[in-house]
Each structure stands twice: as structure tokens, then as C-alpha cells.
Design a binder for this molecule. Structure first.
Ligand code: PLP
Length: 369
């Protein structure tokens, strides 16, 4: 039986009635931009993350971009971030004319290695932008300690990690601002693009709100050069329905991960995801490190099993970012991760038989190679 890498159709059909009602209500209301649903969703997601303010924006990329501006990042400033992430993390820095300064990742968690960050803090450093990759937060306590020591802002890229906990605190609640994406493949995904800035800081919240709506506090009066970056009412209404089910879906992802952990435990060539003490993992991805990764991926494909490489090339090695003057060899952990990582199907509706089938296919591959 083929196993899709990702499938949101089952999820949506399971809540189809609720979704249809929410969409119809917005259609009937005639109000599509910045209405009651966006306002309510902002409050609900803020509460979910344990944060005072939520500001809905047009995408996760915009959330990072606007949060950085609201935190005072300006052209020429340096922002410390990992090179092994989705490109949006560093695009957001570059849009401002600021410079991403890469720090290698930790071998086990794939997140920023804060021990290596200290040396990269210089006169121009203004912020740290840790990424909570795959569903687990970066090691936030030492990151915040380092930031406080040097007067830096901390903006969390939590696009893949809504609800993930670090020593009892949720992603987006620890830095000066946190950023979510509602892209359809994220744990809380809408029917298009969407994102949110979360913050406990009243000023960062106010500036973010002004920035997303053309820089205006009062209609047709502009306090700063802003953007058109709003989350729309339809997406917000859909997200409000889905948020009610998020904890159940997260538990299903964690159950699926536990089933893989068990089924793959005897395969020496596979390293399963490592969950740091005191952290919860929400498994936006279940990412293994695998020997002969490319051959394994081909083998799974032949069996009709979807698997993806997030990410095949660390950002310091891309053509678009050659201006940053990095070269191969600069970030050995990111460079080894790009050769070894493989994400397996993990969506909540995956069935135990399917997990067994994927695991069996991996086992067969290493027995026969
Ligand atoms: C998805 C993602 C983003 C960007 O989100 P969009 O909503 O697609 O703009 C940023 N960072 C990471 C790590 C992501 O996975």
C-alpha cells in the first residue's frame, strides 16, 4: 500500500462540517480583512502559546520580517541564526538589509549550537534568531542568557513548532517575539498562506500591528513605511476551527513518532530524533539521520512511500547567499545533516499499519544493501 508523505484531506474531511460553517459565516458577513475572526484568533493563539499579544500577518516569512523590524533591527545590523533551516528565516533578515551571521547546529537536535554563538557576537550584532526546527525548541535558556549579556533581541522562528515546550514554556513565549507560519503543511495550517507574531512586549506588538497595515495607526495617516501583510478573515476562521483540534493532532503525531522509535530501534544505520530533557517535540517532521540516505530515499520511493529531505543544501552554500562569503567546510554539522537527514511520513492520521510498512521497508533496505 502506498504511503503518502503528507495528507491533509483526511484531516479536513474529519472536521468538514465545522469548516464549512466557519467559511459560510465569513462569506455571509461580507467582512474579509481584519474582522472579528482575526481578532479572536490572535487572542486564542496568544493564549495557546502563553503570550500576551498575537498579530496575524500574511505569512510566516512576513512574521519574521516584521518582528525583526519591530524589535529594532535596521540595515547593517547582524543577526545570529543557523544555516540549516528553511530559507525564509534568512530572507527575512536580508529584506531589512541586515546580515545573517551563521552559527552551526547541534548534532543531536539540529538546532542552533549556542556554545558556538558566543564567538560570533560582535559590535554589529543586534539579535539572535533561533529556529525551532522540526518541532523541538532550540536551547533557549543559554540563548537568552547570551542575549541579555550583550543587549541583543531574541526572535524565535517557531514556524515548525507551535505548542512545543521548553522547561514548561511554550515556543514563542521566551524571546522578545515569536513567529508562526500557518502554511498548509505546518502543524496548524490554513487553506493558503498565513502567519502570526507573538510577543509579551506591548511596544513590539503595537509596532507589528502598525507595520502589517501600511504603517498606519489612524486610517490614512502614516507613522512609518509599512506593508500590506494581513491575515484574512477566511484563513482566521479556518484556523480557529483547527486550533480546537490541535492538541489532539499533536498527540497523534507524538504517538506516531513513538511507534517509529520502537520499530526503528534495532536498525544501527538509523539515528532517531533526539528529544532534549525537559522538552516536548511536536513532530512537524520526524527526521532521522540515515546511512546511504539517498539510496534509502530511492528505495522508499520504489515502494510507494513518500520521504523528504529537509534540507538538501545548507543555506550558506546557495548561489543567492554567496555575498555572505561562506564556503564549504564552514559549518560541518549543517553539512553532515544535509547528507544524512530524511523525514518520514508523520501526519496525525497515519495508521499503525502504515508506520509498520515504512519501518519494514527501511529494515529491508539495510538488510539487503
Ligand atoms: C515554513 C517556515 C517559514 C516560513 O513560513 P511561510 O508561512 O511559508 O512564509 C519560516 N521558517 C521556517 C523554519 C519554516 O519552516
Amino acid at each position: 500500500m502506498p504511503v503518502a508523505f503528507f495528507d491533509n484531506k483526511q484531516q479536513h474531511s474529519s472536521i468538514r462540517k465545522e469548516l464549512d460553517e466557519a467559511v459560510s459565516a465569513v462569506a455571509d458577513s461580507g467582512r474579509f480583512i481584519l474582522g472579528d475572526n482575526v481578532k479572536a484568533l490572535e487572542a486564542e493563539v496568544a493564549e495557546y502559546c502563553g503570550v500576551k499579544h498575537g498579530i496575524g500577518v500574511a505569512s510566516g516569512t512576513d512574521a519574521i520580517h516584521l518582528a525583526l523590524i519591530a524589535c529594532g533591527i535596521r540595515p547593517g545590523d547582524e543577526v545570529i541564526t543557523p544555516p540549516f533551516t528553511f530559507v525564509a528565516t534568512i530572507e527575512a533578515i536580508c529584506y531589512i538589509g541586515a546580515k545573517p551571521v551563521f552559527v552551526d547546529i547541534d548534532h543531536k537536535t539540529f538546532n542552533l549550537d549556542v556554545k558556538k554563538a558566543q564567538k560570533k557576537v560582535g559590535r554589529k550584532t543586534k539579535a539572535i534568531l533561533p529556529v525551532h526546527l522540526y518541532g523541538q525548541t532550540a536551547d533557549m535558556e543559554p540563548i537568552i542568557e547570551l542575549a541579555q549579556k550583550h543587549g541583543l533581541k531574541v526572535v524565535e522562528d517557531a514556524a515548525q513548532s507551535i505548542g512545543a515546550e521548553y522547561r514548561g514554556r511554550r515556543a514563542c513565549s521566551m524571546g522578545d517575539a515569536g513567529c508562526l507560519s500557518f502554511f498548509p503543511t505546518k502543524n496548524l495550517g490554513c487553506f493558503g498562506d498565513g502567519g502570526m507574531i507573538l510577543t509579551n512586549d506591548d511596544e513590539v506588538a503595537e509596532t507589528s500591528r502598525v507595520l502589517r497595515g501600511h504603517g498606519s495607526k489612524t486610517t490614512y495617516h502614516y507613522d512609518m513605511i509599512g506593508y500590506n501583510s494581513r491575515l484574512d478573515e477566511l484563513q482566521a476562521a479556518i484556523l480557529r476551527v483547527k486550533l480546537r483540534h490541535l492538541d489532539g493532532w499533536t498527540k497523534a503525531r507524538q504517538r506516531n513518532a513513538a511507534a517509529y522509535d520502537k520499530a526503528l530501534s534495532q536498525i544501527m544505520e538509523v539515528h532517531r530524533p533526539f528529544v532534549e530533557d525537559g522538552c516536548t517535540h511536536v513532530y512537524n517532521q520526524y527526521t532521522i539521520r540515515a546511512k546511504n540516505r539517498n539510496l534509502l530515499k530511492d528505495h522508499l520511493k520504489e515502494k510507494g512511500i513518500g520521504a523528504m529531505v529537509y534540507y538538501p543544501l545548507s543555506l550558506h552554500l546557495h548561489k543567492a547567499y554567496q555575498g555572505l562569503k561562506y564556503k564549504f567546510g564552514d559549518f560541518p554539522e549543517a553539512e553532515s545533516a544535509q547528507e544524512e537527514v530524511l523525514s518520514l511520513p508523520i501526519f496525525p492520521e497515519l495508521k499503525p499499519e502504515q508506520i509498520a510498512e515504512v519501518s519494514q521497508a527501511i529494515n529491508d533496505f539495510y538488510l539487503n544493501i
